[in-house]
Design a protein around this ligand. Structure first.
Ligand SMILES: Nc1ncnc2c1ncn2[C@@H]1O[C@H](COP(=O)(O)OP(=O)(O)O)[C@@H](O)[C@H]1O
Ligand SMILES: [Mg+2]
Length: 314
């Protein structure tokens, strides 16, 4: 078995309350029936615009969001319910890194306590053992030992993201959900953080669910990807399938939105972007049903699935 986690028909609906009696009058379908598998040691990319349901999916996987429907299977065990997660150390094995390290790292705590916190939940270490452990974790993410006595605000954004990674790997996890881990960083710093995330992955055989709104950022990280829109997947496939053979108009639109550094082709790129935008506006009805809902995925090859109207062709 090579898969670490399997998500089956996952649904997360948030109630909307309104009126005098504050009754539930409707639901936000934040995640509305998605299926995917993350393989051991691999990186699965989850990409879509803001509001498409990426964070909600990630939080549901680590157990921070109540699931409305569907199933999460971790190494073949059902971990959809909190009580099942406890019995198999799931909360130790699966960790999350957040986009905004400024608010996800407690500003009043020293780095030592921030990074040691997840360890304290699962292991009893002496003060000295704990200190050594935290120092070795800092070393893994390229930070100096004396960082343990500092506070989050004393670091740059890139360094704080490294602390977030050190904290996430503290429990020796098998899967890390990384929610836009570099989106708040400058391009040059992004590359650094991505590189050591890759190094850590190779060293420890980690699996990642890598969330981003930018297909450019995840290109060199992901083995497989899902493109998400309005709580549904519009397209899933290997990196090859998505970057070289995108079929859904929404995927094409995200691809054309990747910033081009190449000055020589800037005008061509602009023209391509306009062409895709026009196609997107004109052909939306072929890609979404009358309620604007994304169609079910259809297989177009062994690895590649696209949300198309049944019997319709693109
Ligand atoms: N706690 C919540 N209550 C109600 N709606 C929510 C809540 N959290 C997220 N949403 C809504 O769910 C949708 C998906 O949000 P999110 O998963 O954060 O998207 P993304 O991470 O792709 O930007 C959005 O429409 C958002 O407004
Ligand atoms: Mg998000």
């Amino acid at each position: 078995m090579t898969e670490i986690i399997k998500i089956k028909d996952l649904k997360i609906h948030y109630p909307i309350r309104s009126g005098f009696f504050n009754r539930v009058t409707d639901h936000v379908l934040a995640v509305d029936g998605v299926d995917f598998i993350i393989e051991k040691g691999k990186t699965y990319g989850l990409v879509g615009e803001s509001g498409s349901g990426k964070t909600t999916t990630g939080k549901a996987i680590v157990g921070l969001e109540k699931v409305t429907g569907g199933q999460i299977l971790y190494e073949d065990q059902d971990v959809t319910k909190a009580r099942n997660r406890k019995s198999i150390q799931y909360n130790k094995d699966v960790q999350m890194i957040f986009q905004d390290s400024m608010s996800s790292l407690n500003p009043k705590k020293r780095v030592l306590d921030i990074i040691a916190e997840p360890i304290r939940n699962f292991e009893r270490l002496s003060d000295q053992e704990e200190k050594n452990k935290v120092k070795s974790l800092l070393d893994i993410v390229g930070m100096p030992e004396d960082a343990i006595y500092k506070y989050p605000h004393e670091f740059s954004g890139g360094q704080r993201q490294r602390l977030g990674v050190a904290r996430a790997v503290a429990t020796n996890p098998k899967l890390i959900v990384a929610d836009e881990p570099v989106s708040a960083l400058d391009l040059s710093v992004q590359a650094q953080v991505l590189n050591f995330m890759k190094n850590i992955q190779q060293e420890y055989g980690l699996s990642y669910l890598f969330i981003s709104h930018d297909l450019g950022v995840v290109k060199h990280m992901c083995d497989n990807l899902a493109i998400m829109y309005k709580g549904r997947f519009v397209e899933i496939g290997t990196r090859e399938d998505i970057y070289n053979n995108a079929q859904h108009i929404y995927t094409k639109r995200l691809l054309s939105a990747i910033p081009q550094i190449d000055v020589a082709h800037r005008n061509e790129h602009k023209a391509e972007r306009r062409r895709v935008e026009k196609e997107y506006i004109e052909h939306q009805k072929d890609y979404y049903d009358q309620h604007g809902r994304v169609y079910d995925l259809q297989s177009i090859s062994e690895t590649h699935q696209v949300a198309l109207k049944k019997g319709g062709d693109i």
